[in-house]
Design a protein around this ligand. Structure first.
Ligand code: SIN
Length: 275
């Protein structure tokens, strides 16, 4: 039986039901749903780490995250954890995974192991919709700009999330040395659609501009990028696997479940240089 794809909003996101991750036809349909909706939530799975890895390898090479604590015995799977008594959640502000890499990750695959009964959703924002809603004048100006992205301030010695570094959820600060230059408007490698590509966690400044000159326009773009009508929310339950496209979206973990534990396993798939 074919998978059932139910869009979450007309702009972005779909739930996927009835998927068998060992069935090649289902995998092809899942990949198409991913291209069509940018983020998909495959429901009602029961994945071991081996099964998660086996499925992920069908999408490309795995990018081993340098900063997240790995799952015990599975170095390719990152732990995304917030304990009941912890305050900060990893990824709780709008961002794009791995934009600080020269070839930023294609997609992230987040599997829900333990979730709060309510809360802890992840929000996603379509950066194609954000681009399309700009004026022609702004599109033209941004089309000529590139921006620098860095991991230094987020994962490096400045320790943006001090709690997560102190409790071991994030580490390897010395590896946060890479900067990358990407166009501010990219052509999506799969869909060919234009997408805005700046984010508040990792973008530092426009190429050829100072940080002070860059920040006002970046702030305006960040406010625009997450406009409600560009977004959807994925509601999690154990057994949900979400796959999102880092070139088409920004996302944000909603940190509204104080006093409850949330444990997710994330695998990230390599991407290509952006143009
Ligand atoms: C992330 O930013 O990769 C984590 C998202 C989440 O935990 O919902």
């Amino acid at each position: 039986m074919a998978i059932e794809v139910r869009p979450i909003t007309p702009t972005v996101g779909a739930d996927v039901y009835g998927a068998d991750l060992n069935n090649e036809n289902d995998i092809q349909d899942i990949k198409q749903a991913f291209v069509d909706h940018s983020v998909i939530a495959i429901r009602d799975l029961n994945l071991s780490p081996e099964e998660h890895l086996k499925f992920a390898r069908k999408w490309g090479d795995i990018n081993v995250n340098r900063f997240f604590k790995p799952v015990d015995n599975y170095p390719e799977i990152a732990t995304v954890l917030k304990e009941a008594d912890q305050v900060t959640a990893i990824g709780e502000t709008w961002h794009t995974d791995h934009s600080y890499d020269l070839a930023p990750a294609m997609c992230s695959m987040l599997y829900a192991v333990e979730t709060p009964a309510v809360g802890g959703d992840t929000a996603f924002a379509s950066q194609h919709a954000a681009y399309m809603a700009l004026s022609d004048g702004m599109k033209k100006m941004l089309g000529n700009l590139k921006a620098w992205h860095s991991s230094r301030h987020a994962f490096g010695v400045n320790l943006a999330d001090e709690e997560a570094h102190a409790d071991g959820r994030l580490g390897n600060e010395e590896k946060a040395k890479q900067d990358a230059l990407h166009p501010v408007v990219i052509t999506h490698p799969l869909s060919g659609k234009k997408c805005l590509y700046v984010n508040g966690d990792f973008t530092t400044h426009f190429d050829g501009w100072t940080k002070e000159e860059s920040q006002p326009l970046l702030n305006q773009l960040y406010a625009h990028c997450s406009r409600a009508d560009f977004t959807c929310r994925i509601r999690w339950e154990p057994g949900t696997l979400a796959i999102w496209d880092n070139r088409a979206l920004q996302h944000m973990a909603i940190n509204d479940y104080s006093g409850h534990r949330r444990l997710m396993h994330r695998i990230t798939i390599e991407g290509v240089p952006l143009s």
